[in-house]
Design a protein around this ligand. Structure first.
Ligand code: MF3
Ligand code: CO
Length: 266
């Protein structure tokens, strides 16, 4: 684990914000009939236009620029040519390298009219990210973040918290120490220090927490075929309140303005 200087945190904010701005561009145009490969191209082009390179492309051989995880796909879905349809739950995860620093975050969109239970899953997963972030302060421990997320999703709502994949430190590398699980015990794990930057990313299943990886070696799916939702923020540990480097508010504004997206849970 290493902490960043104030100057480095500012640079990391620029990287995180470029991802937020990219996801905002997605929120402006996303609609049924579009494909996740269309979104991949849009994100890649937007990042390139802003002089950034792409974090995920070729990372351990990852063959695309975004992860597009639809419905029962938990994370690391490959973009493809299937037209998205009304009711789909679409997580877009994107990462850029700007001035040597990674930004890496994710947002889940709902296309049009959807199953109320799926909309509730989206709402609660987003809430759980903020519940976790509340614990991301100096002298708390990783387990405090983990416990808070698990409590809100599993205990309160009966959802499944994915065990196999976790959040992570973020910096010059996409994945740095420490790991940030979305399940665990309060008061355990690494003690948080000021200016440690974490990517906190709850992956929450409507049904069982159990997942499997597809034959492509990447796509993670729920074992029961029920939907899964993923939100991710880049967060800098501070004394009283964490500093969130990424920004959902610009994505949400575009989401609300887009008639093809469902923002009824706000
Ligand atoms: N947000 C995901 C993560 O941090 C994205 C990684 S996709 C990969 O694990 F292709 F880069 F692995
Ligand atoms: Co991540």
């Amino acid at each position: 684990m290493y902490t960043k200087t104030e100057d480095q945190v500012l640079l990391m904010k620029e990287a995180a914000m470029l991802v937020s701005k990219t996801l905002t561009e997605v929120a402006k145009v996303l609609k049924p009939g579009m494909t996740t490969l269309d979104i991949d191209l849009l994100c890649m082009q937007f990042a390139k236009d802003h002089k950034a390179s792409i974090s995920f492309h070729n990372y351990h051989g990852y063959p695309h620029h975004i992860c597009a995880s639809v419905n029962d796909v938990v994370v690391h879905g490959f973009p493809n040519k299937n037209p998205l349809k009304e009711g789909d739950i679409v997580s877009i995860d994107f990462g850029v390298i700007l001035n040597g620093w990674h930004g890496d975050h994710a947002y889940t969109f709902i296309l049009g009219e959807a199953d109320p239970a799926a909309i509730e899953l989206v709402k609660v997963t987003k809430e759980s990210l903020y519940v976790g972030i509340e614990k991301a302060i100096v002298n708390n421990r990783i387990g405090d973040i983990a416990y808070a997320i698990q409590e809100h999703t599993e205990k309160k709502h009966g959802y499944g918290v994915v065990r196999e994949l976790v959040g992570h430190g973020l910096g010059k590398e996409l994945h740095e120490d420490p790991q940030v699980p979305n399940y665990g015990k309060r008061g355990t794990g690494l003690k948080l220090k000021e200016n440690l930057v974490l990517a906190i990313e709850p992956m929450i299943n409507m049904g069982t927490h159990k997942v499997y990886t597809d034959d492509d070696g990447w796509t993670v799916k729920t074992q029961d075929g029920k939907p899964s939702v993923h939100f991710e923020h880049d967060v800098c540990i501070k004394k009283d309140t964490a500093l969130i480097l990424s920004d959902f508010s610009i994505i949400e504004a575009a989401e609300k303005a887009n008639q093809n997206l469902n923002s009824s849970y706000y």
